[in-house]
Write a protein that binds this ligand. Structure first.
Ligand code: GAF
Length: 386
């Protein structure tokens, strides 16, 4: 976290509101593997990264909620009514959705002030929205002394996304922002909510994100459609196998036995999820064995499934993933997050990072006429005080 950003946010708060705030940071995330598996009760392997949001938050003793987005130079003021509702101000809704979650749990939310800023690129698939939600959830929990557990905070943040952003997301992004741990990736079982940390040394293997710079407006609606297609698959399978409660429980043999009943599209969506779950488990075994080449092959297969069967990639991401496989030092490359734009995640040998970036950027520039932004991330702790 850049100290200067935290200082700027603190100074801004002090100047606007005239008292000292609580300072909080909340990270964005990467996901090494396990995409679109979280809402299918499956496995994911994310980590919190050093692209973060910073918050200055305080209780103002009055009856107004006052929000200021430092990076956008935009503010919003509204009364702390008993029933906080979404507004026309897009960025503010992530914050208001969190405050509403406190209210839903019987907490009277008093007037509060919040200044936020950050370094998580928007629309890059690094979960800037989850970072915003988790940061305020953490800050209000501290200031109001509500004593919610970390998992409660992650779920409240997830529900804020459902209700105020209209995306029926799984728990991965908010979980990573809250439970991240420096130098470790974390495997979450999205059914039991058991989780296990695995050391990941970014000095020995670099995590390089390459931003396609694309954000398709269809992303939210297509996300919700994929979720419905998975639910349709479960409904069909359940008629034959009553114990299947989610795609996590299904096998490829079961899907193949009911291919025509599922229909081509739902079959392909479900096949992807079943195979991706298996890939996360295999990838964790490779990580424990220190076999980065094998880990990378799982990532490459993940990208192919997201492109061909789940159909959430786009031409820009496909060009980046393909260029990565031909670039120096690559272990594995795939699109990351919900899809339809954002970044690819690439595991790269440290001594080849510059050559890797140059090679992929040149291919991208030749094809699309602009160089992509790239980020070398390190793995940090989840949400906390500064
Ligand atoms: C988005 C969602 F918010 C996550 O819950 C997850 O489903 C991801 O897309 C795809 O793996 O980031």
């Amino acid at each position: 976290m850049s100290d200067s950003l935290a200082q700027a946010v603190q100074a801004d708060f002090q100047q606007r509101y005239g008292y000292a705030p609580l300072l909080v940071r909340a990270p964005g995330r990467v996901n090494l593997i396990g995409e679109h598996t979280d809402y299918n009760a499956g496995f994911v392997l994310p980590a919190a990264v050093d692209k973060q949001m910073v918050f200055a938050v305080g209780l103002n003793g009055g009856e107004q909620i006052r929000l200021f987005a430092h990076d956008l130079n935009e503010s919003l003021e509204l009364p702390n009514s008993a029933d906080i509702s979404p507004t026309e101000t897009h960025w503010a809704n992530y914050l208001l959705g969190v405050a509403a979650q406190f209210q839903l749990r019987g907490v009277a939310v008093p007037g509060f002030d919040c200044v936020l800023a950050g370094t998580v690129p928007m629309g890059a698939g690094m979960s800037s929205s989850a970072a915003v939600e988790c940061g305020l959830a953490y800050a209000l929990n501290e200031l109001l002394k509500t004593g919610f557990e970390k998992m409660d905070l992650a779920r409240m943040a997830q529900l804020a996304e459902h209700t105020y952003a209209g995306v029926q997301c799984g728990l991965m992004d908010q979980f990573a922002s809250v439970f991240g741990r420096a130098g470790q990736v974390v495997r979450l079982d999205c059914r039991s909510l058991d989780y296990q940390y695995f050391p990941f040394d970014t000095q020995a293997c670099r995590i390089v994100l390459v931003n396609s710079g694309v954000k398709h407006s269809l992303a939210s609606s297509e996300y919700n459609t994929r979720r419905q297609e998975c639910e349709r698959g479960v409904a069909v399978l359940q008629q034959h196998y009553p114990k299947i409660m989610a795609l996590r429980d299904a096998t490829m043999a079961q899907l193949e036995a009911h291919h025509s009943e599922l229909g081509g599209t739902v079959f392909r969506r479900c096949s992807y999820v079943v195979q991706e779950n298996a890939r996360v488990e295999a990838a964790c075994r490779h990580l424990e064995a220190g076999d980065l080449a094998a880990f990378g092959r799982e990532m490459n297969a993940s990208h192919a499934g997201l492109r061909d069967d789940y159909e959430v990639s786009c031409v820009e991401l496909d060009v980046l993933a393909e260029a990565a496989l031909a670039a120096p030092g690559i272990f594995g490359s795939r699109m990351m997050g919900g899809g339809f734009g954002g970044c690819t995640i690439n595991l790269v040998a440290p001594d080849k990072v510059e050559a890797f970036i140059e090679s992929v950027s040149a291919v991208y520039e030749q094809r699309f006429g602009r160089r992509p932004e790239t980020y070398q991330t390190t793995i940090v702790d989840g949400v906390g005080k500064i």
